[in-house]
Design a binder for this molecule. Structure first.
Ligand SMILES: [Zn+2]
Length: 140
């Protein structure tokens, strides 16, 4: 047994309601959905964080998410919009340390929301934005 629940699902040792699988990634329903149809797309090879994930696998995960968001809207599952959510690191609310991209249906009054911190309401200056942009560009 692996101590990673998603590796256990991928190996078939734990059950899942699978939706899609290819050579790079697999999609199955979240067992604690925000709304019905909430699915997860995970790489087939264990990677705890984005920094451990091959870029092509990440690209394929997004391609599949794009396709499945479209499928959700056509499926009859209540879906007036969709959110994509990926938590990379504990500070970002990652709870299972095997990369996973959430795709979940949204509709008015579903009760889900995001909360902004106080810094959100104090817009940075252009100089501050440019300084942060430079720091990121410098390490690309
Ligand atoms: Zn894993």
């Amino acid at each position: 047994m692996s101590n990673c629940v998603f590796c256990e699902i991928l190996s078939g040792r734990l059950p899942s309601s699978q939706i899609y699988r290819d050579e790079l990634c697999t999609a199955f329903l979240d067992i604690q959905p925000v709304n019905p149809g909430h699915l997860l797309i995970v790489p087939n090879s264990h990677a705890a964080f984005l920094s451990e994930l091959e870029e092509e696998t990440g690209a394929q995960m997004f391609r599949v998410a794009h396709r499945l968001a479209h499928a959700l809207r056509k499926s009859g599952v209540k879906c007036e919009g969709a959110n994509f959510f990926l938590a990379d690191g504990e500070a970002a609310m990652q709870e299972v340390f095997h990369v996973h991209l959430h795709v979940f249906p949204r509709y008015p009054g579903d009760g889900f929301g995001l909360r902004f911190g106080p810094a959100y309401f104090q817009k940075p200056t252009r100089a501050e934005l440019d300084s942060v942009a430079k720091k990121i560009r410098d390490v690309l």
